[in-house]
Design a protein around this ligand. Structure first.
Ligand code: FDP
Length: 285
């Protein structure tokens, strides 16, 4: 058996921590009333899961730093890859007992940096069952695992279907631009509406059925809501590896240069034809 490399070790630590998170999530779902570095209210589960992932990932050989959506600063851990993590993506869904997940980006350069420096991206989805989807520079496939009872099984590989069926675009029409509203209306004419409020869960629908997920800029979020390092770039890496595309409205999300650790971007992920449609509609800004 080949020796484990650093990405194998990161993958294993994310899987094992995710098993534990899933089993204990309900006990930590209450609001705590503090805010994260993006000024959003954290749930107890955000802080709890961040501590768990930190304890599992920071000591690994080959991990050089740990940066989280829940911490203002990067924690230096030695020499090696820079980890960027959203430990509990979609935690606003906890109160209503809907899906949440985890997103991990592994960069081979210190942050801030663009998604072109990613060497792996992982997304865990806590739905009716827990899955983990992994794209790596050293693998040709986007692999999905089923995580159950402390055990992991290969469940299949993701390749975006040629046809597409679903669309989910975030935000209230009253806060979005006219161009975004026109695009959404157009797409919703022949695609099924799927928006649940956790990026990982909404993206899982796009990976499975084909389609488009979007979090555009709006009056509430003039730069978009999703963070480049922790959400947009790692998910773009996954989708592009699965044969799809990504965009901030003009270019691939992997080419967006973050102005800081918690910088945000408008985010569109999905089938190439739909991303072309997004850029044709919004390319002017
Ligand atoms: P949350 O704030 O609940 O952690 O990370 C931001 C995020 O969730 C995404 O997972 C999700 O897609 C989005 O915000 C939901 O935002 P809205 O409530 O504005 O739809």
């Amino acid at each position: 058996m080949a020796a484990m490399n650093t990405i194998d070790r990161i993958e294993r630590a994310v899987r094992e921590t995710s098993h534990y998170v899933k089993r204990n999530l309900g006990t930590h779902a209450g609001k705590r009333g503090q805010t994260n570095p993006s000024d959003e209210v954290q749930t107890g589960a955000d802080v709890w899961s961040d501590d768990l992932f930190f304890d599992a990932l920071a000591p690994l050989d080959g991990v050089g730093s740990y940066t989280s959506e829940e911490r203002s600063e990067t924690v230096d851990c030695g020499e090696g890859y820079a980890i960027a993590i959203d430990p509990l993506d979609g935690s606003g869904n906890l109160a209503s007992n809907n899906s949440v997940g985890t997103i991990v980006g592994v960069y081979d350069r210190p942050l801030p940096t663009s998604g072109r420096d990613l060497v792996a991206a992982m997304m865990v989805l806590h739905g009716p069952y827990t899955t983990m989807t992994v794209a790596r520079a050293d693998s040709d496939v986007v692999q999905e695992y089923l995580l159950r009872d402390g055990h992991n099984e290969r469940r299949g590989v993701f390749e975006l279907p040629e046809d597409y069926a679903v669309v989910g675009i975030a935000g209230k029409p009253i806060d979005r631009s006219e161009q975004v509203n026109a695009l959404a209306e157009d797409l919703q004419r022949d695609l099924k509406l799927r928006y649940g409020g956790a990026t990982v869960a909404d993206l899982a629908q796009v990976l499975e059925y084909g389609g488009l997920f979007g979090y555009p800029k709006s009056e509430v979020y003039p730069e978009g809501k999703l963070r480049i390092h922790f959400e947009a770039a790692p998910l773009a890496y996954l989708v592009e590896a699965a044969g799809g595309d990504s965009s901030d409205g003009q270019k691939s999300l992997l080419d967006v240069e973050p102005g800081g650790l918690h910088a945000r971007t408008p985010t569109f992920l999905g089938n190439s034809e739909l991303i072309e449609q997004v850029e044709a509609a919004l390319g002017g800004g």
